[in-house]
Design a protein. Structure first.
Length: 123
């Protein structure tokens, strides 16, 4: 008997965004499907290996977001190959992604923050 699914820990945005993936010896375009604060599910037509480290560029309407990521899982047998990428955040990328997701979710213009300003909820 399969184990019951655990509830998701993070809010998941269903999106359709272009992504560029760059890894050792390859570079290709993919489509982002589910976006969370910790990662993204992509559809692609190339080869990825679980554990591989890649650089990704998400082309969000609210701005470009580049971050290193690790391939956590792949589904090569699916009609369109899918993979789960976990972001390998830096302190700066974590705040930047938060701003981009809030702008994407609310449709508001992106607010720029300086590194010395503490995080404050957007109103």
């Amino acid at each position: 008997m399969p184990s019951p699914k655990r509830p998701r820990k993070e809010l998941r945005l269903l999106v359709d965004i272009p992504i560029e993936v760059r890894g050792p010896g390859h570079r290709f375009a993919a489509s982002g499907r589910d976006l969370t604060f910790s990662g993204v599910r992509i559809r692609y037509r190339d080869h990825l290996v679980v554990g591989e480290h890649v650089e990704i560029a998400l082309k969000l309407p609210s701005g470009l977001f580049e971050v290193p990521a690790e391939v956590c899982w792949t589904e090569p047998e699916a009609p369109d190959e899918c993979a789960g990428l976990q972001f390998l955040h830096t302190k700066a990328s974590r705040g930047r992604l938060y701003d981009l997701i809030v702008a994407l979710e609310t449709g508001s213009p992106l607010r720029r923050r300086t590194p010395t300003v503490k995080w404050k909820p957007m109103k």
